[in-house]
Design a protein around this ligand. Structure first.
Ligand code: A2R
Length: 313
């Protein structure tokens, strides 16, 4: 019986599929190595796959000449240098679709929590202010409001469909119009100006970096709500802080940040109009398991010489 193929595990992901991977293949764990360079040198002849939830750069690929596939845990694959992989003939896979509903649920929850100030309201009860100060000041309505979606892909569509049930008026901005029952706006600035709530669910690419900037935030306006469940890099966080601080933007609900897991002190200090989540929109047991399984299935397909399930290059 030939030895199981060697898989390099990089980054932290759900322990259940991770263990399944370890039980199935000969795996080495990058983070466990006292001397990562020595580990790479040792597995260089045999390592044919990386299962990753961390940065995979060209130098790492260069150290593993027999690498055939980088299976990324997550739909967003911005941590993998796909151009370098393609140049080296290495396939990259991701985990699309299995997380759409989960992320959409959290996006809607974040929209409600931010607009209706649910975290602040929770504290209002717990700290006794309901008794000392009387009823909490009123909040902003969600149903029937104008929703702008930045991104209308697999996840964006699920978010929009949920928001349609909230009787919201929905429009979206993408580079190309989609076959959806919502109005396409080719101009993000105009979309922001026409929206009460803007939800961002675009990938982290050079093109989307800081696509939500001061003009977009100002267009959303003093009553506007920004929700980001895509990538932190899509929002100019400094501009966001400035706009929130001086009232040019109303509030924000964020699951993703520019420098995760570090979140700027200014955002942490804003408890009145900002709701923060630890990049966990897809993080339920079921969905993280499904994502892990998809990553494993891609590796298995590669080893079996079969078509990959979700190639990105
Ligand atoms: O622009 P299009 O027509 O390719 O539409 C895509 C849109 N998008 C952009 N919209 C405006 N300006 C851009 N520069 C830009 N780049 C991409 O984002 C499409 O509507 C959407 C991405 O959809 P999917 O590829 O189906 O991704 P999915 O599964 O919805 O996930 C979105 C992202 C992931 O890449 C992770 O970063 C995060 O959510 O979990």
């Amino acid at each position: 019986m030939p030895a199981a193929p060697e898989v390099l595990i990089i980054g932290d992901y759900y322990h259940v599929p991770r263990q399944r991977l370890i039980d199935t293949y000969a795996c080495r764990i990058y983070e466990d190595a006292a001397d990562p360079a020595a580990l790479l040198a040792e597995i260089a002849p045999s390592c044919r796959a990386i299962a990753s939830h961390a940065r995979v750069d060209d130098a790492l690929m260069a150290a593993l000449p027999n690498l055939g596939v980088i299976a990324n845990f997550g739909v967003g694959f911005d941590l993998v240098d796909v151009a370098a992989a393609t140049k080296r003939g290495i396939k990259v896979t991701n985990t699309p679709d299995v997380l759409n509903d989960e992320v959409a649920d959290l996006a809607v929850g974040l929209m409600l929590a931010t607009s209706r100030q649910m975290i602040k309201a929770d504290a209002y009860v717990r700290t006794g202010r309901w008794i000392s100060d009387g009823n909490m000041p009123f909040t902003q309505r969600v149903w029937g409001k104008r929703l702008g979606m930045l991104g209308m892909g697999r996840i964006g569509r699920e978010i929009a469909d949920r928001c349609a049930a909230f009787k919201m008026e929905i429009a979206y901005h993408t580079r190309t119009p989609k076959d959806v029952p919502y109005r396409h706006n080719p101009d993000l600035l105009a979309l922001a100006a026409d929206s009460d709530i803007l939800i961002s669910v675009v990938p982290g690419t050079p093109e989307t970096r800081h696509i939500i900037n001061t003009p977009v935030l100002e267009a959303l306006g003093p009553q506007g709500v920004l929700i980001n469940v895509g990538r932190g890099s899509a929002v100019d966080e400094q501009a966001l802080v400035a706009c929130l601080q001086d009232g040019r933007l109303g509030s924000a609900g964020l699951d993703v940040f520019e420098d995760e897991p570090r979140v700027t002190d200014a955002l942490i200090a804003m408890t009145e109009n900002v709701v923060l989540q630890p990049h966990h929109a897809s993080a339920t047991h079921d969905t993280r398991d499904a994502m892990g399984q998809m990553m494993i299935d891609n590796i298995a397909a590669h080893f079996a010489g079969q078509p990959l399930i979700s190639p990105v290059n």
